[in-house]
Write a protein that binds this ligand. Structure first.
Ligand code: FES
Length: 354
């Protein structure tokens, strides 16, 4: 049975699967529709309305992120009517917040800023009236500035639907609406796990990584894909590096499995050790009561000499191996193999059992 839906977007005949939205079909076809509240993998809420498009026969413009396609649909994504509606939305968002790019950490990495530019808006038609919230600066990881929040709700949805931490939600109503933990508590006084997912998905500068502030502009930073070293899951992440220093860690959903761009508190905020001055970068061997730097060859020779001596004197079972949850499965496999086949003991254990 042919379950394809045929429709036209901007004069192009396209086919779609039942249940797909106009936005999804347009994206697949490389047709640009701006979004702010839309975030893949979470509920489509249709909150911001910047993704509006014209659908032939529809009484009003429709939010493409929420509208499922139907057979014979004719969609136009960049008519003057559509662009005017988007401009109005963006101008209202601009006017209702403190979007001062000069001091904003997200300058150059801000979806609202991009839209203002793309829609060629010189200044909003409305009086700029930031709400005047105090900036939350009470923890060492996340800075929260509700004056820049556009209430897209991405942070709320990733917290509840992807991380399932259920910490963030909207409070108050109308122009007083804001996002935060229960009872409007600061992050640090809430049950927040500090996974940082909310910061990663914030399209503006409302939630920013505190340790990254003034450490580098987005266009200077190089993203280096790597595997998290904290456990054996193998989460993929981007180290944001400037001059050899890790400025922050971000997720990247394009990498897919195993973490689909999500990270835990350790993977996200626990990378200070990489550039820490106390970090050991060479093996140390104690000589005459003092630890001295050694090469890896010297260290391996020393270890094998000691193991051989212990084994000869007390037998292989006098040695035990203790591995780590920070290693990969493959490394742990090799470790137990080494203990059994080379040392000759089954005394192998693992820190995750503690
Ligand atoms: Fe569609 Fe916000 S992206 S309404």
């Amino acid at each position: 049975m042919d379950d394809k839906i045929l429709l036209t977007i901007d004069g192009r005949e396209l086919d779609a699967k039942p249940g797909q939205t106009i936005l999804e079909v347009a994206k697949e076809a490389g047709i640009y529709i701006p979004t702010l509240c839309y975030y893949p993998g979470t509920t489509n809420v249709g909150a911001c309305r910047v993704c509006v498009v014209e659908v032939e026969g529809a009484r009003t413009l429709v939010a493409s992120c929420c509208m499922p396609v139907s057979p014979g649909m004719v969609v136009k994504t960049d008519t003057e009517r559509v662009l005017d509606a988007r401009r109005l939305v963006v101008e209202l968002l601009w006017a209702s917040g403190d979007h001062n790019c000069l001091t904003c950490e997200s300058n150059g990495n801000c979806e609202l800023q991009d839209l203002v530019y793309r829609l060629k808006i010189e200044e909003p038609r409305f009086k700029i009236e930031p709400p005047g919230y105090e900036i939350e600066d009470t923890n060492s990881m996340i800075q929260k500035d509700m004056n820049k929040c556009i209430l897209c709700g991405r942070c709320v949805r990733v917290c509840n639907e992807i991380q399932v931490n259920e910490i963030l939600d909207f409070s108050m109503r109308g122009s007083h609406a804001r996002v935060g933990p229960a009872f409007d508590a600061d992050y640090i006084d809430s049950e927040c796990y500090f996974c940082g997912e909310c910061v990663d998905v914030c399209p503006v500068g409302a939630l920013t990584f505190k340790q990254a502030r003034f450490e580098g502009r987005p266009w200077d930073i190089e993203k280096v894909r790597t595997t998290c070293t904290y456990c054996g899951v193998g989460c993929q992440l981007d180290l944001n590096v400037l001059n050899g220093k890790i400025v922050k860690v971000t997720g990247n959903s394009e990498y897919g499995q195993p973490n689909q761009g999500s990270l835990c508190v350790k993977g996200r905020f626990g990378m200070d050790f990489v550039n820490h001055p106390d970090r050991l970068t060479t093996p140390l061997i104690r000589k005459n009561g003092e630890l001295k730097e050694a090469t890896w060859d010297e260290a391996y020779d020393f270890i094998s000499e000691k193991f051989t001596a212990i084994k000869e004197k007390n037998g292989a079972d006098s040695i035990a191996g203790f591995s780590s949850a920070r290693c990969t499965n493959e490394e742990n496999y090799l470790f137990q193999k080494f203990m059994r086949a080379v040392i000759g003991t089954n005394n192998v254990d693992h820190c995750a059992r503690l």
